[in-house]
Write a protein that binds this ligand. Structure first.
Ligand SMILES: NC(=O)C1=CN([C@@H]2O[C@H](COP(=O)(O)OP(=O)(O)OC[C@H]3O[C@@H](n4cnc5c(N)ncnc54)[C@H](O)[C@@H]3O)[C@@H](O)[C@H]2O)C=CC1
Ligand SMILES: N[C@@H](CC=O)C(=O)O
Length: 353
């Protein structure tokens, strides 16, 4: 049985949910997946940081109601979030990056990932910034250092779109994709269809853990733009940057726009898409579209996402599932660790008797 020591960077909704899963399911994972997870460090801008080489008890971490700087009360803790020291010196096999997504330059998460990879630690992340903005450089660091950079949760939360398209659809010849790639805006549009105003619907999405720290990213389309870049670069071999993608969000849609669409048997959806052009270049876009009720994406509701992959050999293949949510996204991190484990990375982890 393998034990992976992990360091959590960011202790908000997603990494807390992973900690809850560790507390509840480590034994099950040991039996079914062949490994268990041991949290040896945590660093969070608000709570501070802590290193515990023998491991922190996951249930205690979840149950404790830490205040600002609260990790300072723990043995090996500090009220400051010293991410660089934690990432470089904690005895971790895997760094779990779940700080906020910075849609402009991906920092400080890009540096968090780089420090981890440079010091020989695998990285699993749900943070879209480093993946959309610095994936080629981070993959190169990973390769040089013999570790892995995994990010399934960066698009569609725990729903396995990246690995599924890359591995299971290899050879199907992807020509493009279109999808609903933001849980918050889809949830907000649905709540507006029930008559709720825009601001109250956004507040609900925040409470449910779907929204970004700054929900502007969700409703103005910036979050979907990062996801389109990630899918286009990863699956269509493009080399797009966020600024290459035209981007309009849902904040301009009023309750009367929504009602008018309903009267015409249609619904507004925020659609992220990319297509390979005849000259081989790839064009991406993000914008609200009014879809007839018979459109396959029109029935995708709430924080559920869906992406329709247009392939040469199979035609359209649509993947649907949760696009946001704390536990759902923590599952993506687990799936990344399973991928690392399956790739035989257990040589870097402690083998327990
Ligand atoms: N919540 C969701 O449904 C999904 C979230 N994601 C991404 O996962 C990441 C985490 O999401 P949540 O946990 O929901 O966000 P959150 O806002 O609940 O938590 C982020 C945590 O990171 C901490 N933080 C911010 N800057 C930091 C820094 N420089 N150093 C250390 N800690 C820092 C904050 O104090 C906060 O506790 C984000 O990048 C988000 O875009 C991806 C897919 C779905
Ligand atoms: N805020 C995002 C979270 C997942 O990426 C969303 O609502 O989809």
């Amino acid at each position: 049985m393998t034990i992976y020591n992990i360091a959590l960077i960011g202790f908000g909704g997603v990494n807390r949910a992973l900690t809850e899963l560790i507390a509840a399911k480590n034994q099950l994972w040991e039996r079914d997946l062949g490994f268990r997870l041991n949290i040896v460090a945590v660093s969070d801008l608000y709570l501070g940081s802590v290193i515990s080489p023998n491991g922190l008890d996951a249930k205690t971490l979840v149950d404790a109601k830490f205040e600002k700087g609260g990790f300072g009360q723990l043995s090996g803790g500090s009220a400051e979030a010293d991410n660089e020291t934690i990432i470089k010196t904690a005895p971790a096999d895997i760094v779990v990056e779940a700080t906020y997504t910075n849609p402009k330059d991906g920092e400080p998460a890009v540096s968090h990932c780089r420090w981890a990879l440079e010091t020989g630690k695998h990285v699993v992340t749900t943070n879209k910034g480093p993946v959309a903005i610095a994936a080629p450089a981070l993959k190169a660091f990973a390769k040089t250092n013999g570790v892995r950079f995994e990010y399934e949760g960066a698009v569609m939360s725990g729903t396995p779109v990246i690995r599924m398209a890359e591995r299971t659809l290899a050879g199907a010849e992807l020509k493009g994709f279109e999808g609903i790639l933001n849980g918050t805006s889809n949830f907000v549009l649905g709540r507006m269809e029930s008559g709720l105003d825009f601001a109250s619907a956004v507040k609900e999405a925040q409470k449910l853990g779907y929204a970004e720290a700054d929900p502007t990213a969700d409703v103005e389309g910036f979050d979907v733009r990062l996801k389109v870049v990630i899918l286009a670069n990863e699956l269509l071999g493009a080399n797009l940057k966020p600024e290459d993608i035209s981007c309009k969000g849902v904040s301009g849609l009023s309750l009367s726009d929504i009602e008018e669409a309903a009267k015409a048997n249609s619904r507004w959806k925020l659609i992220g898409a990319a297509v390979r052009n005849d000259d081989g270049s790839v064009t991406g876009s993000v914008s609200p579209k009014r879809l007839g009720l018979d459109h396959p994406l029109a029935g995708v509701n709430g924080a559920t996402n869906a992406v329709s992959l247009d392939t040469e050999l199979l035609g359209a293949v649509t993947i649907t599932g949760p696009g946001a949510g704390r536990i759902e996204t923590a599952y993506a991190l687990l799936s990344d660790i399973v991928a690392i484990h399956s790739a035989g990375a257990s040589s870097t982890a402690k083998e327990a008797a």
